[in-house]
Ligand binder design. Structure first.
Ligand code: ADP
Ligand code: ASP
Ligand code: MG
Length: 412
């Protein structure tokens, strides 16, 4: 039997009615002769609510208990989806992560998948079950505790299942009809892409385009999973949505493929630290140990043997970073005058494999921002992307200006 993986995101299972609609889609694929593994997210808003409860209960929470709480949303939708399918006479049952088992490492709240046991589900398919409904986002650690894969992790569950079971395709059903040149909620000029290269999707995702979790794109690239993003609200044919594929499978593309942004950024600066060998290690070591994901880094020119060090980080990690720096200071590992936190910044990035062979993308980006009077606070570049940190209040404006400047509204 050909096997498909179909993943339904939060808005696609937000109500019983929507679960019914999603189940009908699954039923159609079964009627077409496929076995299906359905991966479900929690109902939209549910995970945010659960995270909020954890944070309200405990500021520096035990991540194992965080996972115990936030994994529960997917348990509910998996059961409801299986029941809905059964009501439609489609043989289905639900599986939680630990039942599969989907084994992960012990990095709670950001666990990585290590192995997916396929035997139990395969045995059920052999007995005539048509649909395995699996709770996305969750797994089990070597210690036997429930883990979660980081926000948006159901995408990664879906791709990992597609790889483990050798599925024909992994379809990610969501609330937009594909991957756009930028988030269509920011500008109506955003254009849907029929295809996007793995590497570009990887950058866009890691720079904030939450339509796919970064890890899911990594896995799809590594295991050559045919990955498609499409709408659960529209009727789709074979060519609907966006196919994430190899660079070679795309005929023409713009130099810049898309603009990504991340609203929830913060900037921290240590004022007046000693400029000596090992200072970066003394600062970023404790931050890494505290689980802080430092992104951009700038070190100022030093004066009288002292310098300022600036870095960006996700806004929800400020408390952890401040604690780590205060401890490093009181422990004598670093000495600084002041730690200044700016939590009103956003990161905007342009991404495109065309940048490898085209000069001038950076200067065009800086000019477009200058023309809008937007000040750049930090810049970082890699082979196929340029990112800037700016005041958050200008984020939408910056995205629109860059989208216009690089002509993304029209295809190459
Ligand atoms: P789901 O709950 O289905 O996983 P998400 O909210 O995680 O859905 O991801 C879909 C959302 O991603 C869209 O509603 C859209 O606002 C956002 N998004 C951000 N960047 C892009 C992009 N480049 N193309 C499409 N959607 C994007
Ligand atoms: N429900 C989880 C989240 O909101 C996982 C997911 O939807 O992919 O992050
Ligand atoms: Mg998502």
């Amino acid at each position: 039997m050909p096997l498909l993986v179909m993943k339904f995101g939060g808005t696609s299972v937000a109500t019983l009615d929507r679960i019914r609609r999603a189940a009908k889609r699954v039923g159609r694929e079964v009627a077409n002769g496929n076995d299906v593994i359905v991966i479900v997210s929690a109902m939209s808003g549910k995970t945010n609510e659960l995270v909020g409860w954890v944070e309200e209960t405990s500021r520096f929470f035990d991540a194992r208990e965080y996972d115990a709480v936030v994994s529960s949303g997917e348990q509910v939708t998996a059961g409801l989806m299986a029941l809905t399918l059964q009501e439609m006479d489609v043989p289905a049952r639900s599986w939680q992560g630990w039942q599969v088992p989907l084994k992960t490492n012990s990095s709670h709240a950001a666990a990585r998948i290590e192995d997916i046991g396929t035997e139990a589900i395969k045995a059920k398919f052999a007995e005539g079950m048509k649909v395995a409904v699996v709770a996305g986002f969750q797994g089990i650690s070597p210690e036997g505790r429930v883990t979660t894969l980081g926000r948006g992790g159901s995408d990664t569950t879906a791709v990992a299942f597609a790889a483990a079971f050798g599925a024909e395709r992994c379809d990610i059903y969501t609330d937009v009809d594909g991957v756009y040149t930028t988030d269509p909620r920011i500008t109506a000029k955003a254009r849907k892409l029929d295809r996007i290269a793995f590497e570009e999707m990887l950058e866009l995702a890691s720079l904030g385009a939450k339509v796919l979790q970064t890890r899911s794109v990594e896995l799809a690239m590594r295991y050559k999973v045919k990955l498609r993003v499409l709408s659960s609200f529209e009727d789709n044919d074979e060519s609907a949505g966006t196919l994430v594929c190899d660079e070679e499978d795309i005929m023409e593309s713009n130099v810049v493929a898309g603009v990504a942004f991340s609203r929830d950024e913060a900037k921290m600066t240590l004022l007046s630290v000693a400029d000596r060998p090992g200072i970066a290690a003394a600062i970023f070591g404790p931050l890494a140990e505290a689980g802080v994901n430092v992104d951009m880094i700038v070190q100022n020119i030093s004066e009288d043997g002292r310098t300022d060090m600036t870095w960006s980080l996700p806004v929800d990690q400020i408390a952890h970073a401040e604690k780590a720096m205060a401890e490093a200071k009181s422990g004598g590992e670093i000495n600084y005058a002041e730690l200044v936190t700016d939590n009103d910044v956003a990161k905007v990035s342009v991404v495109g494999i065309g940048m490898r062979s085209h000069a001038g993308v950076a200067s065009q980006m800086f000019q477009a921002l200058r023309d809008e009077g937007i000040n750049i606070k930090v810049i970082s570049t890699s082979e196929i992307k340029i990112s800037v940190l700016i005041d958050r209040k200008y984020m939408e404006l910056a995205v629109q200006a860059l989208h216009d400047s690089f002509g993304l509204e029209t295809a190459a």
